[in-house]
Write a protein that binds this ligand. Sequence first.
Ligand SMILES: NC(=O)c1ccc[n+]([C@@H]2O[C@H](COP(=O)([O-])OP(=O)(O)OC[C@H]3O[C@@H](n4cnc5c(N)ncnc54)[C@H](OP(=O)(O)O)[C@@H]3O)[C@@H](O)[C@H]2O)c1
Length: 306
Amino acid sequence: MKAIVLEQFGNIDNLQFKEMPVPQPQAGEVLMKVVFAAVNPYDRKVIEVYGKEAGIQLPVIPGSELSGIVEATGEGVTGFQPGDAVCGNPGTFGGCYAEYAVVKAADIVKKPDPVSFEAAAAIPVAALTASKAILDEGGLKAGEKVLIHGASGSIGSMAVQLAKAAGAYVLATGSGKNEQRIKELGADVFIDYTTQDFKTVANGVDLVLDTIGGQTQEDSFAVLRPGGRLISLIQPPSEEKAVQHQVHAKMIFGGPNADRLEKSLQQLADGVLKITVEKVYVLSDAKEALLAMKNGHRTGKLLLNP
Ligand SMILES: NC(=O)c1ccc[n+]([C@@H]2O[C@H](COP(=O)([O-])OP(=O)(O)OC[C@H]3O[C@@H](n4cnc5c(N)ncnc54)[C@H](OP(=O)(O)O)[C@@H]3O)[C@@H](O)[C@H]2O)c1
């Protein structure tokens, strides 16, 4: 099969488009023919920055979310059979940038017919991370005020929709060209981070979702009400600042969650959730897609088509 293979950490240029053996499913696993794999910021960060310290063994095929067709199942798999249309989030560097991928049966779900293969590949990381952050860990309730940073991005735009559906008042920071899209998704207030200081707009906030880190995270403590919560996807927040502002702050990680993914796909099928795909690249152009991701200013997900 054709695959994108990383043989050395440090640079996107180290990725090779090459022939690899088709992986074989072991017990509890499923072999998928990949229809689309999504490109995520984390893929690039692992290649360039974290791969070694994360203990990822080389060579490795990147990619952590995909849609496709079940080709074969390993021993003990009962929920899937060849021909099923499926999608999922098999974790960091789950081998999705390839014509075929082996995933744990527990990490994938069936794709409802009305959901396209594009949308099914684009939604798992965004929906699972955003819902874990604002609903499970953030405990967002109806009537609360939430500030979502990076709402023009994949995770943030999903968080806006989930927060609105939960009955929250939603303030959203992002880049200006996405304002209309993010307001249509449910933001009550859009703050263009390139021209506005969110601290002058937001106050008394119950929950902040930080998808940016750095100064944005630092400044977020000041807009929370006492007893408020800050959930970061980027870096552990300062414990000292949390005590000083009398708030709860922590960093969390997303991850596979089949029940939640099934629910998100149904919401997509029902038109309750939306996911935007900006561009589809052929698999051999994975480096180009990762560079576009690195350069920022995306308006939707980037996909690879083997
Ligand atoms: N902890 C976890 O488990 C987990 C899981 C998934 C993702 N993540 C991380 O979460 C981050 C977001 O992921 P994503 O897929 O949503 O990325 P994305 O699609 O690239 O979105 C990031 C968005 O943030 C906007 N932005 C940049 N600087 C900003 C600022 N100072 N204030 C407000 N908005 C700003 C960007 O706008 P412009 O580019 O137009 O300026 C872009 O729309 C990434 O760093 C990713 O690695 C963590």
